[in-house]
Design a protein around this ligand. Structure first.
Ligand SMILES: NC(=O)c1ccc[n+]([C@@H]2O[C@H](COP(=O)([O-])OP(=O)(O)OC[C@H]3O[C@@H](n4cnc5c(N)ncnc54)[C@H](O)[C@@H]3O)[C@@H](O)[C@H]2O)c1
Ligand SMILES: [Zn+2]
Length: 332
């Protein structure tokens, strides 16, 4: 696994140690302005090259990849260059993928700036872009040299973006580490950016992700537990163009309803999930219903069955192999 450093202040020393032929910062135009404090202070490196790209899902288009690779060439990046990816999951996904294919791979550092990217997308080496109307259809497993987490970035996020990150944090609590849930019980969406426990919450969530990926980087077995809530969550994300973390919360809720009703999950787990949401001030509506048939297009399907990661009880999850037609029946 790559190094994780918990302050942007460590970046300069890290770059000195890496001693690259050149360093290149890649971020979006919007973030270049919003995060000027970080760029002017912690990223003020001599001869730093800068490439500005699009933000959000625009960044994950084929044309954005082509543009970025063209800029790598224009800026004369070579095999000893070091790229710094500053932004949310979309910037990280595109930049990581571009670095994995440019000159057969150049070094990069992830500097995630959203809560979702800090606890989830910047770890585990999954990079990629969207293609032919499918999300993350083209990509690679390519680990950064290091990931730098700095909770000061969280302060400029909207409540919606905080909720999004909380989707993956709550999941981490329910699949492995219940102490995360204990910490969350003291918070609300509004209190998170200034919480004295924010660093601890982020760190514990990263440790959960690390636990599941360290022996299964290529997502063949145990890593799939991280997909709890994603089976139906992805269907919701696709249908309503909903953000990722919020879709995961809907996915966990719907999947808990299914698994608890069918005695695959300990009774009361769904209630516990609701209690956490309520104390955080997150309200889910019941108007979002997934097209379960869409689940069939999900990449987790193999043959006529699918691996469905389920929460067994608060703090424990397992992989459950189920025939697709039985899954669809349960989902009705
Ligand atoms: N690679 C993985 O393992 C993985 C895992 C989960 C999600 N993802 C991907 O991550 C992407 C979503 O990432 P995201 O939720 O981080 O959103 P994002 O990268 O799309 O960014 C959303 C918005 O947040 C803004 N933003 C970023 N940092 C900010 C800050 N500090 N202050 C204010 N605004 C800020 C951006 O300008 C942008 O408008 C999706 O494409 C998803 O597929 C990847
Ligand atoms: Zn996710």
């Amino acid at each position: 696994m790559s190094k994780i450093l918990y302050s942007l202040k460590s970046l300069k020393a890290l770059i000195k140690k890496e001693n690259p032929s050149s360093a290149c910062l890649i971020t979006s135009g919007v973030l270049y302005e919003k995060l000027a404090w970080a760029i002017a202070k912690e990223l003020a490196l001599k001869n730093l090259k800068v490439i500005l790209i699009s933000d959000g899902e625009e960044a994950k288009k084929w044309s954005a990849l082509e543009n970025l690779l063209l800029n790598f060439t224009k800026q004369n990046l070579d095999r000893d260059s070091l790229v710094l990816a500053l932004g949310g999951g979309s910037v990280g996904d595109l930049v990581g993928f571009a670095c994995s294919v440019y000159l057969r791979g150049i070094k990069y550092i992830q500097i995630p700036t959203t809560l979702l990217a800090q606890v989830d997308s910047a770890h585990g080496g999954k990079t990629g872009i969207n293609f032919s109307n499918f999300k993350n259809q083209i990509g690679s497993f390519y680990l950064p040299e290091a990931t730098i987490i700095d909770e000061r970035f969280i302060k400029t996020l909207s409540p919606h973006q905080i909720t999004d990150g909380l989707g993956e944090i709550i999941k981490a609590g329910f699949i492995k580490d219940t102490t995360i849930l204990d910490l969350l019980k003291k918070e609300t969406v509004a209190s998170i950016p200034n919480s004295p426990n924010l660093k601890k919450i982020i760190k514990k969530s990263i440790e959960v992700k690390d636990y599941f990926i360290k022996n299964d980087l290529k997502d063949k077995s145990i890593r799939q537990i991280l997909n709890v809530g994603h089976t139906l969550g992805h269907a919701i994300e696709l249908k309503y163009k909903m953000s990722h973390g919020l879709s995961v919360l809907y996915g966990i809720l719907l999947e808990l309803e299914m698994s608890e009703k069918n005695k695959l999950t300990k009774k009361g787990t769904k209630e516990e999930f609701f209690r956490i949401l309520e104390s955080l001030d997150i309200k889910l509506s019941d108007r979002f219903v997934p097209d379960t048939e869409k689940v069939l297009h999900d990449k987790k399907i193999s043959g006529d069955s699918l691996i469905w990661p389920i929460i067994v009880k608060t703090g424990q999850a397992k992989l459950f192999k189920i025939r697709t037609k039985d899954f669809l029946k349960l989902a009705k």
